[in-house]
Design a binder for this molecule. Structure first.
Ligand SMILES: Nc1nc2c(c(=O)[nH]1)N[C@H]1C(S)=C(S)[C@@H](COP(=O)(O)O)O[C@H]1N2
Ligand SMILES: [Mo]
Length: 398
């Protein structure tokens, strides 16, 4: 399907079908932990993904689809907060407004945006709430398992170049980003995110108009979205329409109280407790996940089984991944696959030939380029963010 050309009727029909099958998500804020059915559904430009809610769409990627080093566009998860999302965008009319405390107001068309130097890199996109359903005690919000992530090759213009073209004036403290989606009522806060000035001017932040060499899919933010590699996707504002340079720190619901973590070393607090000081969530914690074999799979004795998975960090690359086939008693260093850069995930493999029948517990543990690794126990915070514990996986050998 041609990107951005999904007709509104077709979109609504598809979404409508899904809606009929599933309990509707809350009207806006992800405050309700609905009893999700996790059915496979197909939305426009998407393959079969797991439905969490249909309004707004929250679609999770089934783990076997992470066998690809780079995730195909149709397999990339979908997450919107507000029910009124763009169902079509007329590129001829679309403009990206850049203004606020700048020398000039820019109204960039897609052609204008494409005149800036084009930058391409592969980066993991991951929802801050990926793995939230595993929190104990449970926490409200989208009950994701581990499929709210993907590894995508993004292309676009540097945010810095665009800001410089507008001319950032002295006294600017941060930059805020708004997209075309809206809440169903004026009382529902619009999703606006901000980055402090120094962060916004970092070289690797881009306004992406391509994913894997094609236009963005509508559900993943057509025609352009922010990419803040290494940071959780809450900042990766989709269907961008406005960028504003601010002289007063931006304060909005989605910066405070939403998307904050306890201001502690681990971003965690004792399970069930209340945080004191909080800070906006930012860099992703280090993670690894075994993709094959899958949970509960049955393997044959004395036959080679490749243990394969993915590992990534918040922009520091992965130094090593160790794998255990005996529930964590002994560990072996896995082979690492092709390196697509510090923001990409890397595939790891460990050849394995189980000689004895029985039940095995497999585990993987990654260490990033600056020595951060993964805990064996889930770290807890009240919003269900930063999930990165070593996940045990059971297989049976016959
Ligand atoms: N405009 C807009 N951008 C958004 C959001 C949103 O609700 N509206 N959600 C953010 C969050 S929390 C996530 S996890 C990612 C999801 O991106 P995806 O749907 O492409 O996977 O988009 C981010 N950007
Ligand atoms: Mo998210």
């Amino acid at each position: 399907m041609n990107n951005g050309k999904v007709s509104r009727r077709r979109f609504l029909r598809t979404v409508g079908t899904a809606a009929a099958m599933a309990a509707l998500g809350g009207p806006a804020i992800e405050a309700l932990a609905a009893p999700y059915e996790r059915k496979l559904v197909r939305f426009p430009e998407k393959g079969e993904l797991i439905l969490l809610t249909s309004r707004p769409p929250q679609l999770e990627t089934p783990l076997p689809l992470f066998k690809d080093l780079v995730t195909p566009n149709e397999n990339v998860f979908v997450r919107w907060h507000l029910s009124d999302i763009p169902t079509s965008v007329d590129l001829a009319a679309w403009r990206l407004q850049v203004g606020g405390n700048t020398e000039k107001e820019l109204q960039l068309s897609m052609d204008d945006l494409k005149k800036f130097e084009k930058v391409t890199f592969t980066a993991v996109i991951q929802c801050a709430g990926n793995g939230r359903s595993f929190f104990a005690p449970r926490v409200p919000g989208g009950q994701w398992k581990n499929g709210a992530m993907a590894n995508v090759t993004w292309s676009g213009a540097r945010l810095r170049d665009v800001l410089n073209a507008a001319g950032v004036k002295a006294g600017s403290v941060d930059v805020s980003f708004n997209g075309l989606d809206k809440g169903p009522l004026p009382t529902v806060p619009d999703l606006i995110k901000s980055l402090v000035m120094d962060k916004a001017l970092e070289e690797d932040i881009i306004i992406a108009y391509e994913m894997n060499g094609k236009s963005l899919t509508l559900l993943n933010g057509f025609p352009a979205r922010l990419i803040v590699p290494g940071w959780y996707a809450t900042y990766w504002v989709k269907s961008l329409s406005d960028i504003s340079v601010n002289t007063k720190a931006f304060e909005g619901f989605w910066m405070n109280p939403a998307y904050r973590i306890p201001d502690t070393e681990c971003g965690c607090i004792p399970p069930g407790s209340k945080p004191g000081r909080t800070v906006p969530i930012n860099r992703m914690s280090t993670r690894s996940l075994i993709i094959a074999p899958g949970e509960g799979e049955k393997l044959a004795r004395n036959k080679p089984a490749n243990i394969m998975g993915v590992a990534f960090s918040g922009g520091y690359g992965i130094k090593d991944v160790v794998v255990s086939t005996d529930g964590g008693r002994t560990w072996a260093r896995a082979d690492l696959g092709k390196d697509l850069g510090k923001y990409s995930w890397i595939q790891f493999t460990l050849p394995w030939k189980p000689a004895k029948a029985g039940k095995y517990t497999l585990m993987a543990k990654a260490t990033n380029g600056i020595g951060d690794s993964q805990p064996f126990e889930g770290l807890w915070n009240p919003a269900g963010y930063l999930w990165n514990k070593v996940e045990p996986l059971s297989v049976t050998v016959n």
